[in-house]
Design a protein around this ligand. Structure first.
Ligand SMILES: NC(=O)c1ccc[n+]([C@@H]2O[C@H](COP(=O)([O-])OP(=O)(O)OC[C@H]3O[C@@H](n4cnc5c(N)ncnc54)[C@H](OP(=O)(O)O)[C@@H]3O)[C@@H](O)[C@H]2O)c1
Length: 345
C-alpha cells in the first residue's frame, strides 16, 4: 500500500488556451498533483524562485495545450535518493512552472541547457541571481553581444530593452569593453537606472523618436546594435548603422504578441531593408543562447566576477506567490519589470 502521508503535493501551471495577441490570465490554469514516490536515484525538489521570460510567449504558440509552462527555477532538494545530491542543496533547473518536482535518476543525468546543475556559489547575492545576471539572461548578454558584435574599444553600441535582464547586462559589458553606449528603455525611472549603469545616452522610446534620438546621439553611426525589441525600433535604427556594423538579433519582443503569427500566417513586415544591409555591408545574425552551452560556465564565472567586483550591477522585480506566475509573465509585455523578473514561491 502507498503511504499517502508522505506524498508531496505539487502546484503546476499549465497552458490551458492558446494566447491570441497579448496573453491573459485565463490562458493559464493552476492544477494540483501528487508526486510519485521518490525511488532509487531520484530527488524531490521544491522551487524557491522561478523565472518568467519573454521566450515563454513563443513557446505558448507551439507547445501542446494542457502541458506545463516551460521555465527555469532555483530549487532546493527536499528528499534525495541520489548519491549526487544531498537534502538542502540548491540547483538551477528547468522543470517549468511547478512548485515541486520529482526528478528521476535519468533526468538528473541529462545534459544541455535543461540540465539539473548545482546553483553556483553566489556569495552574498540572492539565489535568484542564478536565474538572472549569473544565469541564462547573463550568458545571453555575454555571448550574444561579445561573440556576434565583436565590440572594439571606442566603438558605438546601441542596446534597446536596456533596463531588462539581458539589456542591462549588455550596457555594462559594453562599457567594460570601452564602448560608447546608446540605450533605450520605456520609462523615466528605467532610463535613470540605465544612465546610472554608465550608458552615455539614454532615451525613452515611448516619448522620444528613435530616429531623432539616434541622429543626435550617433552622428558617426552605430558599430554594434544589440537588438532585444525588433519591429519598428529596428526599422528606425538600421539607417543609423555605420558601414561594416554588426547587429546581434537577440529578441523581438515588440512582435511576440502579434496576432498574425498566432494565426500561423507569415509576417511580411520585416524591419530589415536588404538594400541598406548590402550597401552598409552589415553583418546581421540571430542567435539562441544554448549555442554556447559548451562554454556556459566560462560565461557564468566571468559574470559572477564582474558582479563581485561591482562592475556589473543588477536589479530584480520580485512578484510574491506562485499563484501570480501568469501575472508576472504578462507584466513583461507591459514593462512592469526593471531588471530580471522573478517570482518567489
Ligand atoms: N536569443 C536568446 O537566446 C535569448 C535569450 C534570452 C532573452 N532573449 C530575448 O531578449 C529580450 C530581453 O529579454 P529579457 O529576459 O531581458 O526580458 P526583459 O527585458 O527583462 O523584460 C521585457 C522588457 O521588454 C520591454 N518591452 C515589452 N514590450 C515591448 C515592446 N512592445 N516594445 C519594446 N519593448 C518592450 C519592457 O521594457 P520597457 O519598459 O523598456 O518597454 C519589458 O520590461 C527578449 O526579446 C527576449 O526574447 C533572447
Amino acid at each position: 500500500m502507498v503511504d499517502t502521508s508522505k506524498m508531496v503535493k505539487a502546484k503546476v501551471w499549465v497552458l490551458d488556451r492558446r494566447p491570441l495577441g497579448e496573453p491573459t490570465i485565463e490562458d493559464f490554469k493552476l492544477l494540483e498533483e501528487d508526486l510519485p514516490p521518490c525511488s532509487d536515484g531520484d530527488v524531490v525538489i521544491a522551487a524557491e524562485c522561478l523565472s518568467v521570460d519573454p521566450y515563454m510567449r513563443y513557446r505558448a504558440r507551439k507547445m501542446p495545450l494542457k502541458t506545463t509552462m516551460p521555465g527555469g527555477q532555483v530549487a532546493r532538494v527536499l528528499e534525495s535518493k541520489s548519491p549526487s545530491w544531498r537534502v538542502g542543496q540548491y540547483m538551477v533547473c528547468y522543470p517549468g512552472w511547478r512548485s515541486h518536482t520529482l526528478v528521476t535518476a535519468k533526468e538528473l543525468k541529462e545534459g544541455g541547457l535543461g540540465s539539473y546543475t548545482p546553483l553556483p556559489d553566489l556569495k552574498d547575492f540572492p539565489k535568484s541571481t542564478g536565474l538572472g545576471v549569473v544565469g541564462m539572461p547573463g550568458n545571453t548578454a555575454y555571448f550574444g553581444f561579445l561573440e556576434l558584435c565583436q565590440p572594439k574599444s571606442g566603438e558605438t553600441v546601441l542596446v534597446n530593452g536596456a533596463a531588462g535582464a539581458v539589456g542591462s547586462a549588455v550596457v555594462q559589458i559594453a562599457k567594460i569593453k570601452g564602448c560608447k553606449v546608446i540605450a533605450s528603455a520605456g520609462s523615466q525611472e528605467k532610463c535613470e537606472w540605465v544612465k546610472s549603469l554608465g550608458a552615455d545616452h539614454v532615451f525613452n522610446y515611448k516619448t522620444t523618436s528613435v530616429t531623432q534620438a539616434l541622429k543626435d546621439a550617433a552622428p558617426d553611426g552605430i558599430n554594434c546594435y544589440f537588438d532585444n525589441v525588433g519591429g519598428q525600433f529596428t526599422l528606425e535604427a538600421l539607417p543609423h548603422m555605420a558601414d561594416f556594423g554588426r547587429v546581434s538579433l537577440c529578441g523581438a519582443i515588440s512582435t511576440y504578441n502579434d496576432e498574425t503569427r498566432d494565426k500561423g500566417q507569415l509576417v511580411a513586415n520585416s524591419p530589415f531593408d536588404a538594400g541598406l544591409i548590402i550597401t552598409k555591408q552589415l553583418r546581421v545574425e540571430g542567435f539562441l543562447v544554448p549555442r554556447w552551452i559548451a562554454r556556459w560556465m566560462e560565461g557564468l564565472n566571468q559574470l559572477k566576477q564582474w558582479v563581485v567586483e561591482g562592475k556589473l550591477k543588477y536589479q530584480e522585480t520580485v512578484t510574491e506567490g506562485f499563484e501570480n506566475m501568469p501575472k508576472a509573465f504578462i507584466g513583461l509585455f507591459h514593462g512592469d519589470n526593471i531588471g530580471k523578473a522573478i517570482v518567489n514561491v
